[in-house]
Write a protein that binds this ligand. Structure first.
Ligand code: ADP
Length: 647
């Protein structure tokens, strides 16, 4: 607690000593003097709260001194108590009070009365000081409120009438503060917002909330409408509102909503473009690959066979590019999902190694596979995608290495009960990548150098896909490289150790697929090349084939004839495969209603495949497919017609 300063003025030192003895305490600081002039100086220099002044002094009497203190603004508020021995006659008392004194102490001093009186005045001095401080604070707040850019107002909680409001109202609403006083704040709110506004203020009052935010629209003096956001608090029958004009933010927000809607439309357009492109591109490639296959089975000489091989390689690489473009777009549209299932990791690694070994041999480079002994055999992994990542990294390593080696190594970095953190590392002694280009190579369609396509081919999509695939399940892909020394790509992720995976029942492509026992197949396919190819395949397998080119014709044909199975393209003119399948499952009578249907579509998007199943189709085979895959699916679905023994 800051001490209260008390000044004692008496021409006799012994009186000063006596008073000092009476008043000495921790919360008081005493200033003493025998000279009234010195007293004026002390009062001027120190924040004196109380002055005990002797009335009779030779230099200047107490009344004069008090008057001088009162005449100076700096000392005006000092509480003056006269200490006097002279008569208690009324005229002196009046004179003293007239000079600004608040009380008298009479000599000889009674210690109890003196202490009690001075105590009361100390309390008074303290309260006065507090009031002064509070006043200052209030004045500061008043300045802040007056200069605030927001409207600040106090509202009667019952009538919503404005009790006080700051000048900002003129800038924001165009009304002068005095025009607003005593009017209802609700009158300024636009008609459609009024019920909500009143209800909300009512709730704030009812719940005595000391903080709430409401948003409403207000009509200005010029009849324009602005958006207002108000922070409201309620206390003692008054609502305090701080109202900001948030129209600029609102219009920005609305713009954002509009552009979000526009981008949603664009995203949907991109997705449907993707679905269509998937179909349109994969369908003809399917035709080319299928026909190449069929041609192989005819009599061809050696030169023709090598041309067919080239045709197949080119088609496969075209299919690879199409698949890459689709993959990257699917990932970017958030439509790509990684599905982990138990798989034999060592088998995957060996098969990738086996597939690429011949390429490395062709280039005379050493190709090594190193799997640390503690790497678990079976883990939960999306084997298709792991394959894709490894094939991409290893193909790049082989492609960009002219001599030396390419190595795939796998090791365990960490282990936590059933989980292992694995590191897959693909390193090579190839051309390497310059530091400046290291970031760029992970962007779609980017290559380390501008002449890469010319020298090595490629689209610049592989690493973009690899990076996104490795990161989809929380993994990371790291690269380090040195020009002319080699590169090292590592990807690290957690995997759960799995039980032995269930052996797949899919029959492996055998040299000879057994013919069917005269089953009849209805094929719905609008692409003539594919029509020819599928019909040729089926006829080779001893099936009777009917072909139509849209869903409506499927329904007509099925009404007229009996079939064992339908192979249904999904995207067809007039009526698509989904609708035709739905109609069969609902409008036909048994047994036709349950006829097996395989969706044979170039669609690769998961949701399209799900849609085929939802439409009632039994299975899905995406084009291009291998003949044995179609054979296996037909055999499984058409059980009552047994396969013929090989001839
Ligand atoms: P692509 O191989 O189809 O060009 P990628 O996205 O797979 O596309 O690779 C991007 C670029 O990164 C390549 O063009 C090449 O410049 C560089 N790159 C990738 N892997 C290696 C590697 N092992 N050694 C040297 N450069 C590489």
């Amino acid at each position: 607690m800051t001490p209260v300063n008390i000044l004692i003025v008496d021409d006799r030192p012994e009186n000063i000593i006596a008073l000092e003895a009476l008043l000495k305490r921790d919360d008081v600081r005493l200033f003493t003097t025998t000279s009234p002039n010195e007293a004026l100086k002390l009062a001027w220099e120190n924040q004196i709260a109380i002055a005990l002044i002797d009335v009779q002094m030779p230099e200047m009497d107490g009344f004069e001194l008090a008057e001088m203190l009162k005449s100076n603004p700096r000392t005006r508020n000092i509480l003056v108590i006269f200490v006097t021995a002279i008569s208690k006659e009324a005229k002196y008392v009046v004179k003293g009070l007239g000079a600004g004194a608040v009380d008298y102490l009479y000599k000889p001093l009674d210690p109890y009365i003196t202490a009690a009186k001075v105590d009361a005045f100390i309390q008074l001095a303290r309260s006065t000081e507090e009031i002064k401080q509070k006043n200052e604070e209030l004045q500061n707040y008043a300045t802040v409120v007056k200069n605030s850019a927001d409207i600040v107002c106090a509202i009667d909680a019952k009538t919503f009438r404005i009790k006080s409001i700051n000048p900002s109202v003129e800038k924001i609403l165009g009304y002068k503060p005095e025009e607003m006083l005593n009017t209802s704040i609700a009158d300024r709110v636009i008609e459609s917002d009024k019920p909500f506004f009143r209800r909300r203020l009512g709730e704030i009052v009812k719940d005595s909330l000391n903080f709430a935010v409401i948003e409403f629209q207000v009509e200005t003096f010029n009849k324009t409408v602005i958006w207002a956001e108000s922070r409201v608090s309620y206390r003692n029958g008054t609502l305090f509102m701080n109202i900001s004009d948030v129209s600029p933010q609102k219009s920005y927000q609305q713009q954002l909503i509009k552009s979000k809607e526009a981008s949603d439309i664009a995203r949907k357009a991109k997705e449907s473009f993707l679905a269509n492109m998937s179909h349109e591109l994969r369908t003809p490639i399917n035709g080319i690959l299928g026909i190449t296959n069929l041609l192989r089975k005819t009599e061809v000489d050696e030169q023709q066979m090598s041309l067919l091989n080239l045709l197949e390689v080119s088609s496969q690489s075209l299919l690879g590019v199409v698949n890459d473009v689709l993959d990257i777009s699917k990932i970017e549209a958030g439509k790509f999902s990684i599905v982990r299932a138990p798989a034999n990791l060592h088998e995957i690694l060996k098969s990738v190694y086996g597939l690429l070994k011949f390429k490395a041999d062709e280039q005379n480079i050493e190709f090594m596979l190193e799997v640390a002994p503690d790497v678990p055999v079976n883990i939960m992994v999306d084997s298709l995608r792991l394959n894709q990542v490894l094939m991409n990294l290893l193909s790049n390593a082989i492609k960009f290495t002219k001599k030396g080696y390419v190595k795939l190594s796998v090791k365990v970095l960490e282990r936590k009960s059933e989980d292992v953190k694995l590191e897959f590392c693909v390193s090579d002694s190839g051309i390497g990548i310059a530091k400046d280009n290291l970031d760029r190579i992970f962007d779609s369609f980017e290559q380390a150098k501008d002449d890469t396509t010319l020298k090595y081919g490629g689209t610049g999509l592989g690493l973009a896909i690899v990076k996104k695939l490795t990161e989809l399940k929380g993994g990371e892909l790291l690269v380090s490289s040195e020009v002319d020394k080699g590169s090292e790509f590592r990807f690290i992720n957690w995997y759960t150790i799995a039980a032995k995976p269930v052996e797949k029942t899919v029959s492996r492509p055998s040299e000879k697929l057994l013919p069917f026992n005269n089953i009849s197949v209805l094929v719905a396919e609008d692409n003539t090349v594919n029509q020819f190819m599928i019909s040729k395949l089926l006829k080779d397998w001893n099936a009777v084939v009917d072909i139509v080119d849209n869903g409506r014709k499927v329904l007509t044909k099925l009404q007229e004839n009996d079939y064992d199975i339908i192979l249904m393209d999904t995207h067809m003119p007039e009526m698509d495969g989904y609708e035709a399948a739905r109609s069969i499952r609902i409008d036909f009578a048994e047994p036709k209603r349950s006829i097996p249907i395989i969706s044979l579509s170039a669609a690769t998007l998961d949701h399209e495949q799900q849609e085929a199943i939802a439409a009632g189709m039994n299975d899905v085979l995406s084009k291009p497919f291998q003949p044995y895959q179609l054979h296996e699916k037909i055999s499984r679905l058409v059980k009552n017609k047994s396969l013929k023994k090989p001839v």
